[in-house]
Design a protein around this ligand. Structure first.
Ligand code: DGJ
Length: 720
């Protein structure tokens, strides 16, 4: 233990010359900085855990590393992390190390401009639970007058490897997290998001760089990086000479010049990094563990099975239909009922999506006895209760907008461009009064309904009108940043007051999935597309960086409302069960046989929930392989339990199921297999035992007939 504690501490070795090697260690990785006072610090190494005495070998092997925080102006040949216009108009910055120190688990390397009183602290936090290193930068203006920052990245990672590949994710409404894998070629690859509000709507701020050629799931060296920021961002990978790559990530500087007055400082968002020798899967598991051990709100608590009203009744909510849905989910063994959009509005009633956002009072035409009556109805049925809000938004047809037209993001000189329903507008969260209003929405709901258990926090518009009535003319370019600092401050206040409230992050589906938001949220809505076939792809992509327990996955009606596809209930359940299971339909639309199946599926999910939500994910066969199959499994941390899922979503003659090779098991242990929902023809594994080694090396042949066949097999370790 002592040895472990000691080895987890970053270690310092003096090498020949003045440079010090500063180690930032996690259990399996090391980031080594070379800090030489009076010179720009370098990242000398990032990879598998190094022993202190191996530091010298890094240099002996000829490693060049790369500058830890390149600034614009002198010897800056490529992309730079920092670009500042100093008080006297000088646009150049030349940073040199002044020392380094350790504060708890954070290593801080201090830099100063050689001529100007402009200070930069590079911060690196090591995690002893997850192999994730968090890095961020604190910039301080010690000059006599204001300086303007045009670029202020969170962190930099030089990577030297020929034949590296990039994995990244993009998409739009209904097809989030589509995965692209491509070789890194000479030139600049940038991944940006300019939505202003919803960081994950198009491109996602997470990438993997595979160092051993084409990305593989469970082998090969891979670096993973995630920028934790809810606003506009820019990730860039500059490749020179095929093998020198520089990854740079941070707030996007476009239209976002940020002024620091004399004495002011700015802390950038965090860039989270990991390195794995276990392929992309290893990177995913590190990020999942990091999430569960702190970065995700309440990351160790099991998530409840819920019914959300949206696809069941859309905005036609009333006491009677809600009670009927509550009856349905309670009979199936569910634990929570959530009333979605449509419950509010007084002067303007939320009967359509063009009214009432901002007027968070119950529509007493639809719900004469108010929300407390819904809470009571849920509790009478043994369910907890949740409610939908979209706190950052308003409609031009709302009492809120009539009272506070200056609270919306817009420039008064311009006509408004409106979003959803032709009337939606974004509230200006850079304004502290708006922040108070947003916090007040939650406060009022909680005051009126002290047992309210869950909030679905939606966000359905981008920043279409640039401008703020709150920010001064010379600070308009702060809006893209200050909006999100305001949002963060409101969320912090809400979390301080209601730490146990479960809050779902939703944004036109998965439009805001980002690690910068998740410290305040328990889960997120993966996509508005609930078609089980397309969900295999969306969930596959999403799982690369985000843990299962946070992924809200709901069984919905067939034909599916988004795609019209007809998919059997078993397949729909089996796809939803790899995340936080829920339903998004009227249970009364199911027939007797389906209800019976759904009840069994909910009961089975409760049995496997700890492994699925808290275990390690091993992706086995990608739906992107174009084979018409997909498979993944979950293994508990102690490897005593596992659950295997496989799906067939294509059908043509000659499409035979592959032999399934499992992963993550204890090779020397024996596991008993039990299948859930097996047809008689498929029940061949029932009660049989295999060693972990056999299951991983030889594998099983789980036959699958027809389109939308799926199999779920539970593995339990037995005493030999
Ligand atoms: C968008 C969300 O993604 C949906 O789940 C639903 O809550 C609607 N908004 C409601 O307007």
């Amino acid at each position: 233990m002592k040895q472990l504690t000691l080895s987890l501490l970053a270690l310092t070795l003096s090498l020949a010359g003045q440079a010090e090697n500063v180690f930032v260690n996690t259990p399996k990785t090391t980031l080594m900085l070379s800090v030489d006072e009076g010179h720009a610090p370098r990242i000398a190494y990032y990879g598998a855990r190094l022993r202190p005495e191996e530091a010298r070998q890094v240099y002996d092997a000829g490693a060049l590393g790369g500058e830890a925080y390149p600034a614009f102006g002198r010897n800056s040949f490529g992309e730079t992390a920092l670009s500042v216009t100093h008080a006297d108009g000088n646009m150049t910055t030349e940073l040199a190390a002044t020392g380094w120190r350790r504060e708890g688990d954070v290593t801080i390397v201090s830099l100063k401009d050689r001529k100007y009183n402009f200070y930069v602290d590079l911060c690196y936090r090591s995690n002893d639970r997850s192999d994730v290193i968090e890095t961020w930068t604190v910039l301080r203006n010690g000059e006599k007058k204001a300086v303007r920052m045009e670029q202020y990245a969170s962190g930099v990672m030089p990577i030297r490897q020929e034949g590296a590949w990039l994995t990244h994710f993009h998409g739009d409404w209904g097809h989030e997290a589509e995965m692209t894998e491509e070789p890194l070629r000479d030139g600049l690859k940038t991944i940006v998001d300019y939505d202003g509000v919803r960081t994950g709507m198009n491109d996602r701020a997470e990438v993997m760089i595979s160092l051993d050629g084409k990305p593989r799931e469970n082998s090969g060296r891979v670096i993973g990086a995630a920028l934790c920021w809810t606003g506009n961002y820019r990730l860039s990978i500059e490749t020179r000479g095929r093998h020198c790559h520089t990854l740079l990530a941070g707030i996007d500087g476009l239209h976002t010049t940020y002024t620091l007055k004399s004495g002011e400082s700015f802390t950038t968002p965090t860039l989270a990094l990991t390195y794995s020798q276990e392929g992309k899967g290893g990177v995913s598991r590190a990020f999942h563990r990091w999430g569960r051990s702190g970065q995700l709100h309440n990351g160790t608590a099991l998530r409840e099975i819920l019914l959300n009203s949206w696809e069941g009744v859309y905005m036609d909510v009333n006491q009677e239909v809600c009670e009927k849905m509550m009856d349905g989910i309670s009979a199936l063994g569910g634990e929570l009922f959530v009333v979605d959009d449509g419950w509010f509005g007084r002067k303007y009633r939320r009967t359509r999506d063009d009214k009432a956002l901002g007027d968070w009072v119950t529509d007493t035409v639809k719900l004469p006895r108010g929300i407390p009556a819904l809470v009571k109805a849920a509790e009478d049925r043994g369910l907890k209760f949740g409610i939908w809000i979209e706190p950052e938004m308003t409609n031009s047809e709302s009492e809120l907008y009539e009272a506070h037209p200056d609270w919306v993001v817009a420039h008064p000189a311009r006509e408004l461009s409106k979003g959803r329903g032709g009337t939606q507008l974004v509230l200006d969260l850079s304004n502290p009064k708006v922040q108070d209003f947003v916090v007040g929405i939650v406060d009022r709901l909680m005051k009126e309904n002290p047992t309210l258990h869950y909030i679905k926090w939606d966000c359905n518009m981008s920043m279409q009108n640039f401008g703020s009535s709150y920010l001064t003319a010379d600070h308009q370019s702060h809006l893209f940043v200050d909006y999100h600092l305001g949002l963060r401050s409101a969320l912090e206040r809400i979390r301080k007051a209601y730490p146990d409230l479960v809050i779902q992050l939703c944004s036109s589906g998965g439009g805001r999935v980002n690690w910068g938001a998740l410290p305040y949220f328990d889960e997120f809505w993966v996509s508005d597309d609930t078609d089980a076939q397309q969900r295999l792809f969306i969930q596959w992509g999403t799982s690369h960086f985000f843990p299962t327990m946070a992924m809200a996955q709901h069984v919905s009606a067939s034909p599916n409302h988004q795609t019209g596809r007809v998919i059997p209930l078993k397949f729909r359940f089996d796809v939803a069960m790899t995340g936080r299971l829920g339903m998004e339909m009227k249970p009364s639309d199911l027939n007797e046989k389906e209800l019976d199946y759904a009840k069994k599926a909910v009961a089975f999910y409760k049995e496997i929930r700890p492994v699925v939500q808290l275990g390690d994910l091993y992706r086995l066969l990608s739906p992107y392989e174009n084979k018409g199959f997909c498979s993944e499994m979950f293994v508990s941390e102690d490897k005593s339990e596992a659950v295997f899922f496989c799906y067939k979503f294509e059908n043509y003659i000659g499409l035979d199921a592959p032999r399934w090779h499992m992963a993550g098991l204890d090779p020397d242990a024996s596991y008993r297999l039990n299948e859930f929902g097996a047809t008689e023809r498929h029940s061949g594994f029932e009660g049989k035992t295999f060693t972990g080694r056999f299951l991983m090396e030889t594998g099983i042949e789980a036959r699958m007939n027809g389109q939308f066949a799926s199999r779920v097999i539970r593995l339990q370790k037995i005493d030999n």
